[in-house]
Write a new protein. Structure first.
Length: 736
């Protein structure tokens, strides 16, 4: 049953049998909902990305807020049972009890009520949840999936006879997978997958499924530890499962990288072989599951099983490609490198003049391969086809590779020779986009401490306990190194979106933004506790101001210092509450999505005592005892406090197209800080260029273009922005 939410934004008074509720927009950045009665702490609520849901535990009135529409919605539910659980994802939320679930769509700002069949398992068996745009509920007889894009509930039968165990729930932006098994030893495992693209539920069941690995747009699974050998994959683009089997053996070739450094992860490699014929010859098979096509791509060759002639060596799985090597004993142990490109689906063989040695090591990141040998390092970008050599100065010895970091487009490396007494060390980078190999120098008195890498930058830390240490930062977008002097006793950290250095000697805090490659300096240092996530940094400054830095906007904001006793946060939002001085603002929120501070002024005489405050990724909720609910509404405050933002520091910002998915037209927006030539192109999932939308010089500011997909088949496409020193690609989906 679907019920459209009552629009109660603005001034609205609705008299009900059990409650009086009103919504106001008189608080900048906040939407207030007045319920007209006293509230206690006996409530069920959840705050997700762009939405939240709230109800008193024993009430049949449900309230939800969408930061997409900037509106409160409500509905009345015909139930006498108390609410037991609530959860929220990016664009959907669930409130449920023992007989029904209420799903809320932040996209359509409506409610869908489900009176489910069967019995739920206990909470620790993950019997319900919300991820991205999808909500789900599992009973012992059915699996229900709610899609907030169309507010529809889809289901499939699942009969275990008892409440189902859920091994885990896996999700990406466009699919959900539930790993289900009944409470009987030896019973089959069932994978239930829902695709937001095809809007279908698919299932796969097998008695042996010890392996499962999560990818973007899909996943892989199988049994590589014994008979029966099989491997399989699922793609959200096709909404189907595919498998391969072998009577001999299957091995999976694991991803070699830290997940922070590679995105997206679109493929996975398996190896298998045939039986050995009387001449000792076998066939080796490379099977690569491609989540874009939802299928396996194959490569095979014959080799001597007795380790003579052609011999299989090692391999690796990257984010957008794989490698596999062989060496030929009849040709001086010459190494043959085989690569696979996830977009072109092509296997290619390469001769990089490498001789096999058991000490050779091969690495792979997103689409970059690095090979270390006795006398050189080899770097190769699978997508661009560019390569570079570094002929080492360690001569007859293998260097000790202290660290190697591989992102999507880059490699950074630190090594030193093994010769006794030498302290020489070298750090350098290879950029597959530009094909450049760059060395960087640093003080030989400093000692290597640690390394940190993400998609856009790499950080090598050196320490010196008597003098200033050094940090080396490689920027992929600028293809250059920064050498940061780190005074003794100062504070530094590397996060996914930024690096910061706080110098308390001169009271400055500098931020290196990984995405833009620019730096911002705040004229203050911390006078208390710093709080930071992968996207934001908040501190009380020594100059009696709060400072907030956003890696999303690459800007900072400030607000006069107020002392609070409590706080809550998600990755992109930080909220202080319960001020020590009651005349100060009730809430101070830093929104990293916009890079601004937003206040909420409340008082106990009007609103009552605070019951709860909870932060989400793009909204927040605070509730007061006299019946007042406040939801943070970023759509109201996008134009205020612009003076706090250093817009010139934002090199660019390519936004997600909207709507997405779309049938015919979609809008693409981007922001530039400097003059420059801009190229915006459309590609299909194979990497073939479809259309050029922009090819011109543009001024700083915001820009947009309408892309019309008329005549193109349904499927996945990519739009790529190129400007001075900038390349960024995003995905969009055409549906029919």
């Amino acid at each position: 049953m679907k019920t459209k939410g009552n629009y109660i934004r603005g001034l609205l008074i609705a008299i009900m049998f059990s409650s009086l509720y009103t919504a106001f927009s008189q608080y900048p950045g906040w939407d207030m909902l007045y319920l007209g009665k006293t509230l206690t702490s006996n409530n069920k609520y959840a705050v997700g990305g762009s939405c939240l849901i709230f109800s008193e535990t024993s009430s049949n009135h449900v309230y939800a807020f969408s930061s997409i529409s900037g509106a409160w919605d409500s509905t009345s539910i015909a139930t006498t049972l108390a609410w037991t659980y609530a959860t929220a994802g990016e664009k959907c939320a669930i409130l449920l009890n023992d007989s029904l679930a209420v799903f809320y769509s932040a996209i359509n700002h409506d409610f869908t009520v489900l009176r489910f069949e069967g019995q739920m398992g206990t909470v620790n068996r993950i019997s319900f949840g919300c991820y991205s745009t999808i909500g789900y509920l599992v009973t012992n007889s059915k699996v229900y999936v709610f899609d907030s894009e169309d507010s529809q509930i889809r289901s499939t039968n699942y009969s275990s006879g008892e409440p189902t165990f859920i091994g885990n729930a896996y999700t990406s932006d466009d699919y959900l997978c539930l790993y289900l098994y009944p409470p009987y030893s030896g019973s089959p495992v069932t994978l239930v997958a829902y695709s937001c693209i095809t809007k279908t539920i698919s299932e796969y069941t097998n008695e042996n499924m010890p392996m499962f690995r999560h990818l973007e747009h899909g996943f892989i699974f199988g049994n590589v530890s014994g008979h029966p050998y099989y491997c399989g994959g699922y793609s959200s683009y096709t909404g189907t499962f595919v498998t391969k089997t072998s009577d001999i053996i299957i091995s999976d070739v694991l991803h070699q990288y830290d997940l922070n450094r590679v995105y997206p992860r679109l493929c996975y490699q398996f190896n298998s072989r045939s039986a050995v014929n009387p001449d000792g010859i076998a066939t080796l098979y490379l099977w690569v599951f491609n989540t874009i096509t939802g299928s396996f791509d194959d490569f095979s060759y014959n080799y001597d099983y007795n380790n003579s002639h052609l011999i299989p060596s090692n391999g690796g799985t990257g984010g957008q490609g794989i490698f596999h090597t062989t060496y030929d004993k009849d040709n001086g142990d010459k190494v043959n490198l085989i690569t696979y490109d996830v977009y072109s689906r092509a296997f290619t063989q390469h001769d990089f003049d490498i001789v096999y040695d058991y000490r050779n090591v091969l690495y792979i990141g997103g689409h970059i391969i690095a090979v270390t040998t006795k006398d050189k390092l080899v770097f190769y970008d699978i997508l661009s086809g560019k390569s570079a050599y570094y002929y080492s100065d360690w001569q007859s010895e293998f260097a000790r590779l202290q660290s190697i970091e591989l992102g999507n487009n880059y490699v950074t490396t630190l090594y030193y020779p093994l010769s006794s007494g030498t302290q020489e060390k070298t750090a350098f980078s290879y950029n597959g986009r530009t094909g450049s190999l760059i060395k960087v120098s640093f003080s030989p008195t400093n000692s290597y401490s640690d390394v940190f890498g993400t998609i856009n930058y790499s950080l090598i830390e050196f320490v010196n306990y008597t003098q200033a240490a050094e940090h080396l930062i490689y920027s992929e977008v600028n293809d250059s190194w920064l050498v940061k002097n780190v005074p003794s006793g100062n504070i530094t950290a590397g996060k996914t979106g930024f690096y910061f250095l706080m110098d308390k000697n001169v009271h400055t805090t500098s931020f290196f933004n990984a995405r833009s490659g620019n730096e911002i300096v705040i004229p203050a240092s911390s006078s208390g506790t710093n709080h930071f996530t992968d996207s934001i940094f908040v501190m009380p400054g020594n100059d009696q101001n709060y400072y907030g830095y956003s890696a999303i906007t690459n800007s900072f904001a400030s607000y006069p210092l107020v002392y609070y006793s409590s706080y809550d946060y998600k990755n992109n939002i930080y909220i202080y509450y319960s001020p020590l001085n009651p005349t100060n603002p009730g809430n101070l929120l830093f929104d990293g999505n916009l890079g601004i501070f937003v206040t909420l002024n409340t008082n106990s005489q009007t609103h009552g005592s605070r019951i709860l405050t909870k932060a989400g990724e793009k909204t927040a909720l605070t509730v007061f005892s006299k019946g007042y609910l406040f939801a943070y509404d970023p759509s109201e405050i996008t134009s205020i406090e612009e003076a706090n933002k250093d817009i010139s520091s934002v090199a660019y910002q390519l936004q997600q197209n909207y709507p997405n998915p779309f049938k015919t037209d979609t809008k693409i927006r981007w922001k530039l800080a400097n003059n420059g030539h801009v190229v915006l192109k459309i590609f299909d999932f194979t990497g073939r260029e479809i259309r050029t939308l922009v090819n011109e010089n543009q001024l700083p500011g915001e820009h947009k273009v309408i892309f019309n997909a008329k005549g193109l088949p349904a499927g996945v496409y990519f739009y790529q922005l190129r400007a001075t020193g900038i390349i960024e690609t995003k995905k969009m989906i055409v549906c029919r």
